[in-house]
Design a protein around this ligand. Structure first.
Ligand code: DON
Length: 319
């Protein structure tokens, strides 16, 4: 049992209470041994199953961190909602929605069947098809300019310059034939908006950007704060973009487990195969957890447990 739920209010509880609960979450789940470190991208298999960090960032800029919260890992799919936010900001939410879609697939993140089964093909920006198509919409005269747009935008969300892990990039670029196939298939369906090989390459780069659990908490808190980074105070995207991005995260952020997640945690979240998990409590703050062992859908096991605990004990559930 997780213990008594806090009644939801407009803010996070006072600092000492949050610090105590973050520590309690870490103590509770540090010995969980379920899950498996991803190895379909060979470089990810080097991660330790022991690494575990939890960070809460509130919209006032307060940071509450326990464990491996400064250890860098590749952002992977957690880049997807933030790149969607940047593309919505550049193109307008209406055009982004019409070009990508916002419905759940109920299928794994790299499903080709989902493309074949659904008339809008891309489905949503959280699965690989929709995410590569979103990346293909990034503004810029050439691939280098589109990559700069994405790297700089994600860095503004994190509040620091993010750099790519070259080992992870090379490893994925050498083994991502499936994503290359998805991008070309989408071109055949007129749902790819720039060169498919360039888009897959930029998508692979964005997934290889290194972040920490602390960065994820700040990025989640930026969405919670209507698009203003609570640490740097820079506006990254408009408030309306955040609302749309959070809706898509709630629908599909944990892939085919998104319904279970929303039922238990009641907040928009997004997972990545390196073991990161970001969650947003609108108006209150962001949670970033890092723990590499994943469940069968590709979501961090300890990440989900710790977030569920904190959502309940901090009274964050939206429903
Ligand atoms: O495209 C891929 O397969 C990876 N770059 C990202 C997948 C991912 O993070 C799925 N998430 N849980």
């Amino acid at each position: 049992a997780i213990g008594p739920a806090t009644v939801s209010t407009g803010h996070l509880p006072p600092d000492p209470a949050v610090d105590t609960l973050v520590q309690e979450a870490w103590d509770r789940y540090r010995d969980v041994s379920e899950g498996k470190v991803a190895d379909y991208i060979p470089a990810l298999a080097k991660a330790s199953a022991e690494w575990f960090g939890i960070c809460v960032a509130d919209v006032d800029g307060g940071i509450h961190a326990v464990g491996d919260t400064d250890r860098e890992f590749s952002i992977q799919s957690i880049s997807k909602p933030f790149v969607f936010a940047l593309v919505c900001q550049a193109l307008g939410g209406g055009r982004a929605r019409a070009s990508i879609g916002v419905n759940a697939t109920g299928l794994p993140f790299n499903s080709v069947m989902a493309i074949e089964l659904n008339a809008d093909r891309t489905m949503n920006p959280m699965v690989n098809a929709g995410a590569i198509a979103t990346t293909s919409l990034a503004p810029g005269a050439n691939a280098e300019a589109r990559w700069s747009f994405i790297r700089e935008g994600l860095s503004r969300f994190a509040g620091r310059e993010l750099a790519m892990d070259h080992d992870v990039y090379e490893s994925e670029a050498a083994t991502n034939q499936r994503n290359q196939g998805i991008a070309r298939l989408l071109l055949g369906y007129e749902r790819m908006y720039s060169d498919p090989d360039d888009a897959t390459d930029i998508y692979t780069r964005q997934c290889a950007l290194n972040v920490t659990a602390r960065d994820l908490a700040v990025m989640g808190a930026t969405l919670a704060d209507g698009g203003v980074n609570p640490v740097t105070r820079e506006r990254v995207v408009d408030e309306d973009r955040c609302r749309r991005v959070l809706a898509v995260m709630a629908t599909a952020g944990l892939y085919e487990q998104s319904g279970d997640w929303l039922y238990e945690v009641g907040l928009p979240g997004k997972s990545g195969v390196a073991g990161g998990l970001v969650t947003t409590a609108p108006g209150k703050g962001g949670l970033g957890v890092f723990s590499p062992p994943l469940d069968a859908a590709g979501n961090s096991v300890r990440g989900q447990l710790a977030t569920r605990f904190l959502s309940e004990r901090l009274g964050l559930n939206l429903f």
